[in-house]
Design a protein around this ligand. Structure first.
Ligand code: T4K
Length: 384
C-alpha cells in the first residue's frame, strides 16, 4: 500500500486562526469582563457578517440547530411542514421541537435538494411552510419553491447550514425565502467553534428573535415570550471575527482542490461530482461524489470501507434518511415508494476530504487510491 497516509485524513479540519490572534482577542474579552449577552465581540461580528454576506438582517445564535428551531418558532408555524428526508437530523429535529409534523418530499437526483415538482401534491390545509435544505451547497430550486409558496400562502425557510457566502444569480442565497439558517460549526467553512445565524428581510423578526434567544426577556422584569437560551457568547464571536479574515483565502485553496479532484476523478467510470458550483455560486463547504455501482463496479459502502485501509475517512452524509427515524414510522409520507430517489441517493453519496490544509498532493493521492482500488477490483472480477 504505497499510498497509505501516515496521519488519518478526515473529511474536514476546522479553519483555525493563529493562536496569538485568538489570545489577543481573549485578552480583550477578559479586560471587558463581559462574556456573553450581546457583548462587543458579538455586536462587531453581527455587523461584519451582515456586510460580508450582504444581508438585510442577521441574528447570531449559539448553534445552527437552535437558530433554525427559534426561526421556525418566530414564524408562528402550525401543523405540517413539507421538507426533505435527505438532510442532517437537525433539520427535522427543529420541527419536532416546535410540535410541527414533517411531510417528506422526494429529492431531485441532480442536486439532492427537495424536488420542487413534487411539493404541490403534498400540500393540504394543514401545511404552513416549506423547509428546504441547500444540500452540500447545491441551491434548491428557489424560484419554483417561492411560486408554490405564494400560490398557497406558505412560509419558506431554508436550512442553509452548508451555504455560507454562496450566491444565486449574483444575489446572496439568503435573499430567497422568509429566512435562511447558517451553521458556524467547527466543521463549516466559516466557524465560531459552535454557532449559527438566521438571515432574513423582515425587520419585525429581528426584535422577536432577540427575545426568543434570551428567554423572552424584554427587560429584567418583563418576559414577553416563551424563549430559551440560544445566545452566542463572546469567545465564539471573537473566534468568528478572526476566522472571517481567513475565509477568502480558504475558499481559493478549496477551489484548487476541487479542480484537482474533478480532473483526476473524471478518468474513472461511475463517479459523479455532486458539488459542481464554483466561484461566487459555491460555498466550498463540501466536495461530494456519487458512486454508481453498475458503472464503477463496486458500491459506495465498499469504497468507504476500503479507503479506511489507506487511512482516509470519508463520510456517508446523510445516511440514514430522516424519514427512516423510528419516531416518524407512523407518517404516511415516510413510505419508501414516495421517496424512491432519496432511497437511491442515500446509498450512493460520499463526502470526500476537503479543506485547504489538505493540499493538492493529498488530493491527487486520494484519487490515485480510488483508481488503484477500481483497477484491482476490475482485474479480480475479470479473472473470476
Ligand atoms: N442542518 C444541516 C443540513 C446540517 O448539516 C447541520 C450540521 C445542521 C443543520 C445543524 O447545524 P449546527 O447545529 O451543527 O450548527 C458534523 C457537524 O457537527 C454538523 O454541524 C454538520 N451539520 C454535520 C454535517 O457534520 P458530525 O456528526 O459528522 O461531526 P463529527 O464530529 O463526526 O465531525 C466531522 C469531521 O470533522 C470528522 O472527520 C472530524 C472533523 N472535526 C470535527 C470537529 C468537531 C475536526 O477535525 N475538528 C473538530 O473540532 O456532524
Amino acid at each position: 500500500m504505497n499510498n497509505y497516509f501516515d496521519e488519518p485524513i478526515l473529511i474536514t479540519r476546522p479553519l483555525l486562526p493563529a493562536t496569538y490572534n485568538i489570545s489577543r482577542k481573549i485578552g480583550e474579552i477578559w479586560d471587558s469582563k463581559w462574556l456573553t449577552n450581546n457583548g462587543s465581540q458579538h455586536q462587531a461580528l453581527e455587523i461584519q457578517l451582515k456586510n460580508y454576506l450582504n444581508v438585510d438582517q442577521l441574528s447570531l445564535f449559539s448553534n445552527g440547530t437552535l437558530a433554525l428551531l427559534l426561526g421556525l418558532k418566530a414564524l408562528d408555524l402550525t401543523g405540517d411542514v413539507i421538507t426533505t428526508p435527505f438532510t442532517f437530523p437537525a433539520t427535522v429535529q427543529a420541527l419536532d421541537w416546535n410540535g410541527l409534523t414533517p411531510v417528506f418530499c422526494d429529492i431531485d437526483p441532480r442536486t439532492l435538494t427537495i424536488d420542487a415538482t413534487k411539493i404541490e401534491a403534498l400540500i393540504t390545509d394543514k401545511t404552513s411552510a416549506i423547509l428546504a435544505v441547500h444540500v452540500f451547497g447545491n441551491p434548491c430550486d428557489v424560484e419554483a419553491i417561492q411560486a408554490i409558496a405564494d400560490r398557497h400562502q406558505l412560509k419558506v425557510i431554508y436550512d442553509g447550514a452548508h451555504v455560507f457566502g454562496a450566491k444565486i444569480n449574483g444575489k446572496p442565497i439568503s435573499h430567497y425565502g422568509d429566512m435562511t439558517m447558517l451553521s458556524f460549526h467547527a466543521t463549516k467553512l466559516f466557524n465560531t467553534i459552535e454557532g449559527g445565524a438566521l438571515a432574513f428581510k423582515a425587520e419585525a423578526l429581528a426584535r422577536k428573535l432577540d427575545l426568543l434567544k434570551n428567554f423572552g426577556l424584554a427587560n429584567p422584569e418583563e418576559v414577553l415570550l416563551s424563549g430559551l437560551n440560544a445566545k452566542m457568547n463572546e469567545i465564539q464571536a471573537a473566534m468568528g471575527l478572526e476566522v472571517l479574515k481567513l475565509v477568502d483565502e480558504e475558499r481559493a485553496k478549496r477551489h484548487i482542490l476541487k479542480k484537482t479532484y474533478e480532473q483526476h476523478l473524471a478518468l474513472l467510470p461511475g463517479i459523479r461530482v455532486l458539488t459542481t458550483l464554483e466561484e461566487d455560486s459555491s460555498s466550498y463547504q463540501y466536495f461530494v461524489i456519487e458512486i454508481d455501482e453498475s458503472r464503477f463496479g463496486k458500491s459506495r459502502d465498499w469504497l468507504h470501507e476500503q479507503l479506511k485501509d489507506y487511512n482516509v475517512f470519508t463520510r456517508k452524509y446523510f445516511y440514514p434518511l430522516c424519514s427512516d427515524f423510528h419516531w416518524y414510522r407512523h407518517l404516511e409520507s415516510t413510505q419508501r415508494e414516495n421517496l424512491s430517489q432519496a432511497q437511491k441517493s442515500v446509498g450512493q453519496v460520499l463526502a470526500m476530504p476537503f479543506y485547504g490544509e489538505l493540499g493538492i498532493s493529498s488530493v491527487i493521492k486520494i484519487c490515485e487510491i480510488i483508481e488503484e482500488l477500481h483497477i484491482s477490483h476490475k482485474k479480480w472480477s475479470d479473472v473470476v
